[in-house]
Design a protein around this ligand. Sequence first.
Ligand code: HEC
Length: 124
Amino acid sequence: MRPRACHAPQRLRTAAFAAVCALLPMAPALAQEPAVQQAQGRAVYRKWCAPCHDPGVTHPGTHALTVKYQGVKSGVLLEWTDLPAAMVKVLVRHGISVMPQFRKTEISDADLDALAAFLSRNTR
Ligand code: HEC
């Protein structure tokens, strides 16, 4: 049996190491800072969700959730502590009851990621 060529893996490792070194300075730009993402998420919320979900029963989402949860938890979405990011994404893309679904041309995937991170910020 011929011994396996052991140079290729070594070369690969060297190339991978070089690639990682080259990308390191870009890391902060690639991984979005939590604070930046929160700000983006808040902006998306203000534009698309606040009209229905801001505090006050004149907002239809807040009204509906106040009735739905009967004081078990707040009707105000921003006060929830049990709203996983994945749940936000499903509800936004599919809608629920009279809440409409939102298209990717309205809320992009990146905006939805930020929105979900913002709304789940108090959820452990
Ligand atoms: C046109 C009004 C309207 C808009 C805009 C709206 N919602 Fe809603 N939303 C509602 C209503 C009404 C309900 C309650 C539905 C029900 O009865 O279960 C609701 C429920 C929810 C719930 C809770 C679901 C549950 O029953 O526990 C979440 C989470 C939610 N909305 C997130 C969002 C997000 C995020 C946005 C912005 C992208 C948004 N909504 C925009 C009206 C709206």
